[in-house]
Design a protein around this ligand. Structure first.
Ligand code: FES
Ligand code: FES
Length: 169
């Protein structure tokens, strides 16, 4: 008799920090962080676009650096800190980036915007006064199919100015 074995991927419990809170997630080790955020934790602001690390709609910060969560395995996330769009601001207390995007009406369908806001946050955290060229370079990994780039660039410049003015007060 020939025995067939069905290989099952190992489940593992991984503890990470998401938007300031420790969470433990039990899932296959190779579960993409994007699935963890959306399906295990209900944080659906991070979007599934291509699923192939090409569009940037799934961008989150991992230990302060932008990462495409569709290509990041849960097994690499133990002890790391994740910031998603839900941790950036709230409707009542929007982050200055979010307010600037509203003021500039920087977006049409909005599908790309959570990823773009996360990339912009990473940029302004390390460079509070970026040139337009530096902003465009920071968004190299983010695709906007609606072609809202001019308003997105203006919104990030506006947010940077607002953050600098806030810091100067
Ligand atoms: S969904 Fe991750 S880069 Fe497109
Ligand atoms: S606003 Fe629609 S994809 Fe960017």
């Amino acid at each position: 008799m020939v025995a067939f074995s069905v290989s099952e991927k190992p489940m593992q419990a991984t503890t990470l920090n998401v938007n300031g809170s420790a969470v433990s997630v039990t899932a296959d080790a190779d579960t993409p962080l994007l699935d963890v955020l959306r399906n295990h934790l209900g944080l659906v602001g991070t979007k599934f676009g291509c699923g192939a690390e090409q569009c940037g709609s799934c961008m989150v910060l991992v230990d302060g650096k932008p990462e495409k969560s569709c290509g990041t395995a849960l097994s690499t996330m133990a002890g790391k800190a994740v910031l998603t769009i839900e941790g950036l601001g709230t409707p009542e207390h929007p982050h200055k980036l979010q307010q600037a995007f509203l003021d500039e009406q920087a977006g049409q369908c909005g599908y790309c915007l959570s990823g773009i806001l996360i990339s912009a946050k990473a940029l302004l955290d390390k460079n509070p006064s970026p040139s337009r060229r530096e902003i465009a370079a920071a968004l190299d990994d983010n695709i906007c199919r609606c072609g809202s780039h001019p308003r997105i660039l203006r919104a990030i410049e506006r947010a940077a100015l607002s953050m600098r003015e806030g810091a100067a007060r």
